[in-house]
Design a protein around this ligand. Structure first.
Ligand code: NAD
Length: 297
């Protein structure tokens, strides 16, 4: 089986390198960033000259791209997968994508004899490096089973959720919960600091109390160190919250907390922090109140 991987950034990079190292399959790679390509070539990947070349030579084509519009361009746009992939090939989208977009792509690719499954992932860049990420799959079950050796080469908790788009729905719900948690963590840390408690001492208490969570620990670590370098940007988190709100609109499900957190991210983007780590929603509170929450140096 020949694999082609498009989009080897923060998340796609480590996932692709693990497929190269652990699947035993030949892996071709394509990205707009030559350094990202080189990092995969260094561990045995093959650089493709274009998306078209990659798509034409692969049995399974995988993407990990930022926005739904990027996935649409790579799949249905000029020089993309629909135009160039072989009939009988499989397309796996690992991006956190809109379920509506994934279904549209699946319908279009089906016309060319290409089967689509959505397989968004969770666990962050560290999980991607360590091969512990969760993979949430939607689409044809037998195609899912056929792709299992690929999934097992880069992830750990692999689930089939249902029809095409189901993986994206599970992922969007997961991220909605995680980001609401982050918003609460940022507010809580600021409230405690403003009330005069040493942030590091407060952090030690929360880490061993009921406020603890993976999202909380992420916000606390980045805040106390004043380190907003991204492994997952505010821009991507904002996109995910938008997808959750869009899904709720479609289904008329009331959301109370999520729209507030979406707005918090909108403020962060408006303040110029869109390229920072998602935990930098704390910066909205810091800028508003004119105080930082840091550990003592
Ligand atoms: P990223 O911006 O770091 O990487 C995206 C890569 O795609 C870049 O290398 C970019 O050059 C490439 N790219 C963009 N358009 C392209 C095109 N037309 N052709 C070829 N390459 C193109 O983003 P990321 O953080 O790796 O996120 C990718 C996806 O994974 C997103 O949907 C995100 O929501 C999801 N995700 C990210 C994380 C994380 O922790 N970063 C975790 C889970 C899921």
């Amino acid at each position: 089986m020949k694999i082609g991987f498009i989009g080897i950034g923060h998340m796609g990079g480590p996932m692709c390198r693990n497929i190269i190292k652990h699947s035993g399959f030949e892996v071709s790679v394509f990205d707009l960033n030559p350094e990202a390509v080189q990092a995969c070539v260094d561990v045995g990947g093959i650089a493709s000259a274009s998306m078209a070349e990659l798509a034409a030579n692969s049995d399974v084509i995988m993407t990990s791209l930022p926005m739904p519009k990027d996935v649409e361009a790579v799949t249905l746009g000029p020089g993309g997968i629909a135009e160039n992939a072989k009939s009988g090939s499989i397309y796996i989208d690992l991006s956190t994508n809109s379920p509506i977009m994934v279904k549209k792509i699946a319908v279009e690719l089906e016309k060319k004899g290409i089967t689509t499954i959505d397989a968004p992932v969770s666990g962050g860049t560290i999980g991607a490096e360590k091969r512990t990420i969760a993979i949430m799959v939607g689409g044809d079950k037998s195609t899912y089973e056929k792709c299992m050796p690929i999934f097992e080469s880069f992830g750990a908790n692999i689930s089939h959720l249902g029809d095409i788009g189901s993986g994206c729905i599970a992922k969007i719900v997961n991220n909605m919960i995680a980001f609401c948690n982050m918003g609460a963590a940022a507010e809580g840390l600021m409230l405690g600091a403003a009330a005069g408690i040493d942030p590091e001492a407060l952090n030690q208490v929360i880490r061993t109390s009921s406020g603890n969570s993976m999202s909380y620990r992420g916000v606390a670590y980045k805040t106390l160190n004043g380190d907003w370098s991204p492994s997952f940007t505010i821009d991507l988190a904002y996109k995910d919250m938008h997808l959750a709100l869009e899904l709720a609109d479609e289904l008329a499900v009331p959301l109370q907390v999520s729209p507030q957190v979406h707005n918090l991210m909108r403020m962060a983007k408006g303040m110029g922090f869109g390229g920072d780590d998602a935990t930098a929603i704390m910066r909205v509170y810091e800028e508003t109140l004119g105080r930082e929450v840091r550990k003592k140096s």
